[in-house]
Write a protein of this length. Structure first.
Lengths: 372, 344
């Protein structure tokens, strides 16, 4: 498959690792920001191929993981209201709120449906005029344009029975919070390629300058990540700290202007709680006041539902690289993907979940032949 | 309104009366099931089917089928119900002989739909050399089911010379896979999502009986066989690793996955190792007989793409690992639940 196979090529990967070994003179600590990158890194064991002393810290870039408990509680509350169809991306369905997840809500009678796009949810609203269709809009800058476009379309077409429960988060403010946190160890960042394909490099250039930290915009395949690691190491060894673009097959330096304009016309920046990281100023997107008729938080009066997070999770330590997921005493014991105690275990792209999936002694499998 | 008089066959559909046990049930039997499945045991119409079985141990297996959509490229729920149970018998080294079939029908199911499903079951049964000798039909109210659910139970006979069991898999055994992964699961997913995929992907629903027998003849030392259904290759391997308390290592690069399935998996965020199959199997064969087993599979059309994909090791007992395309090794874990497509 083009644009996939060449980025999983063993020869290329080995070549990059040899190059890295040749140039790396110091025990650099790097962070891959995006959960998709963490997944690839752990799945392919790339961090284990690094020269001794070099280390990868797994960043906060899994939007599912960092969605605050209260937003999931709100989604579940709305799903239980009369006439509502709650539409969501698949991987939000199993993320537990304070008590349950959306799959549980569905099992006890709520109409919860999995969709691949907010436009599918909009179509659902058009076809079911007697129902209220609510789309649970989770994600970083990457999914915001399509969600904004769905609301924009709803207003244009006069579809009043569609609304958005917006829980968008923005990457740069979270990185800023991490980089200025006490005891930060991160010396180089692999920026999230898909986010940058929307917003461009500007925000990352500011970060690079302010924190004097090299940033490489990276893709999601093994060769992408290895190349990004090599590029970061070159910068660090040469004492440079600029933004470079490894993922140039997808990312332009000015991003996607149309997408950004669409987002800005419907959504506005707000403070947001991050599961595992707490409240980060100006780190989220909410619906603009003129779109309130399509804002599920107002329509269903759930904005006041708030909950405090349980404190058992060491997410903050993991996100800052003070601990690896399997160094947490709860890892694989009290805390599993079925019963996550905190953010990095809840979605497949969270760091703890990736470790659980790829780096753990297998649980005894139940032998049940041929059930289906 | 779901009322549709049985006197109008053109738009006839299932009504509650078809499950009453009365005359309408008898009509269903006479007009649909008997003509399709016709065999001596069924025609005696007793409360039980009486059959003769040759010498050997009896293998039993049961399975329920709730697939949606009912019809998909490469098969339908009826064929799955026959092949699924036959395959569970076949991978135990059994010669499948008889099936029972239980139908839960939802009021309003078009009679024509039931007819096509039953006809497909008859063809599949004949292909596998099994007779459907008894069955049952219940009808539930509209909304209490989803058109049709089918449960089949199979009876097979295992010759005394055949001793297959997950627990007897040995260190050094080779893992022989009969073909490409994920064709069934991706076909169903694409149908559900109304997605057009490149190429002519269809479900691999089919009988494994021929393949199993071919393997046993070519490699009589075979220790165990498994069909790959829900949970895909990964679940089958994990079950074996746990039962035999051995480690299994597979090489990702050798595992056949069609271009269409790979593309769809990338798009949906799924891993073909976990996607369902309905006509694929793995055999655990001693190293010296592995090539013979492989060739025996490859000689049959349903095994043309067979490959040796891994081996059994004494490292990491109970665990399955895979060598990734870039040469590192990772766990291939068993999923707790279905895979869910990712956001990004």
């Amino acid at each position: 498959m083009r644009y996939i196979d060449e980025y999983r090529d063993q020869e290329l990967a080995l070549g990059l690792m040899n190059r890295l070994r040749a140039i790396a003179q110091h025990p650099w600590v790097l962070m891959e920001v995006c959960g998709g990158q963490t997944h690839t890194l752990v799945r392919y064991g790339i961090d284990k191929l690094l020269p001794a002393g070099m280390e990868m810290i797994h960043g906060p870039g899994c939007p599912v993981c960092v969605t605050p408990l209260e937003m999931i509680d709100r989604a579940i509350a709305i799903a239980g209201m009369p006439k509502v169809i709650l539409a969501s991306y698949g991987d939000m369905m199993r993320v537990p709120g304070s008590n349950h997840d959306l799959l549980h809500a569905r099992a006890v009678g709520a109409d919860v449906r999995m969709v691949y796009s907010p436009l599918d949810a909009l179509e659902m609203a058009r076809q079911n005029p007697e129902r209220e269709v609510v789309f649970f809009a989770v994600g970083f800058e990457t999914t915001a344009p399509a969600n904004a476009a769905a609301v924009y379309q709803a207003r244009r077409l006069g579809i009043g029975n569609f609304s958005l429960l917006a829980s968008h988060v923005l990457v740069p403010p979270a990185l800023e919070a991490l980089l200025q946190s006490e005891g930060n160890r991160v010396q180089g960042l692999i920026a999230p390629g898909h986010v940058c394909s929307i917003v461009g490099l500007n925000a990352y250039e500011k970060l690079a300058k302010r924190f004097a930290i090299p940033i490489v915009v990276g893709g999601f395949e093994p060769v992408d990540l290895m190349e990004a690691i090599v590029m970061l190491t070159e910068q660090l060894e040469e004492g440079r700290a600029v933004v470079e673009n490894q993922y140039s097959r997808s990312v332009r330096s000015d991003g996607n202007r149309n997408a950004v304009q669409m987002v800005e016309s419907v959504l506005e920046v707000c403070d947001r709680n991050w599961r595992g990281m707490g409240r980060i100023p100006k780190s989220g997107l909410r619906m603009r006041a003129e779109y309130r008729a399509w804002d599920a938080e107002y329509k269903f009066a759930v904005a006041k539902m708030t909950v405090a997070e349980p404190s058992a999770c060491l997410a903050a330590e993991i996100l800052q690289g003070h601990r690896k997921p399997d160094g947490c005493p709860a890892f694989g014991r009290e805390c599993t993907p079925e019963h996550p105690l905190g953010a990095p275990m809840v979605s497949t792209e969270g760091a703890c979940s990736a470790y659980y999936q790829y780096r753990r002694l297998a649980e005894p499998a139940v032998a049940m032949g041929g059930l289906r | 309104m779901t009322f549709c008089p049985i006197a109008q066959p053109a738009n006839a559909c299932i009504v509650l009366g078809h499950g009453s046990g009365g005359r309408m049930s008898a009509e269903l039997m006479n007009e649909i099931f008997l003509p399709a499945f016709r065999n001596a045991a069924l025609e005696e119409r007793n409360d039980q089917a009486m059959v003769r079985v040759p010498e050997g141990r009896i293998a039993l297996s049961t399975d329920s089928f709730v697939v949606k959509p009912l019809f998909f490229p490469g098969g339908n729920i009826g064929e799955l119900a026959v092949y699924g149970t036959v395959n569970d018998l076949a991978v135990g080294g059994a010669i499948p002989r008889f099936l029972t079939a239980g139908f839960i029908l939802e009021e309003g199911l078009p009679m024509a739909t039931l007819r096509s499903i039953v006809a497909a079951m008859a063809v599949a049964a004949e292909r596998c050399g099994v007779s459907i000798v008894t069955g049952d039909t219940k009808v539930v109210e509209k909304g209490s089911g989803d058109q049709i659910f089918v449960t089949t139970t199979g009876v097979g006979v295992v010759p005394e010379t055949v001793q297959l069991s997950a627990g007897s898999v040995q260190v050094g055994d080779r893992v022989v896979l009969s073909g490409s992964l994920g064709d069934h699961g991706i076909t169903i997913l694409a149908q559900r999502e109304g997605m057009e995929l490149e190429g002519d992907l269809k479900s691999d629903a089919g009988s494994l009986f021929g393949l199993c027998q071919a393997v046993l003849q070519a490699a009589p030392g075979t220790h165990a066989m498994r069909d790959l259904t829900r949970g895909g290759l990964s679940s089958a391997l994990n079950e074996i690793a746990a039962s035999a308390q051995v480690g299994i290592t597979v090489d990702e690069a050798t595992i056949p996955v069609s271009k269409t399935v790979r593309g769809a998996c990338e798009l949906f965020g799924l891993d073909p190792m976990y996607v369902a199959n309905e006509g694929k199997m793995v055999a655990f064969v001693p190293e010296l007989q592995a090539e013979a087993a492989l060739r025996a599979m490859q000689e049959l059309p349903e095994g043309a793409a067979a490959r040796i994909v891994g081996h059994v090791t004494n490292r990491h007992p109970g665990m399955v690992t895979t060598r990734t395309r870039i040469g590192t090794e990772r766990i291939l874990t068993m999923l707790a639940q279905d895979q869910l497509p990712r956001i990004c």
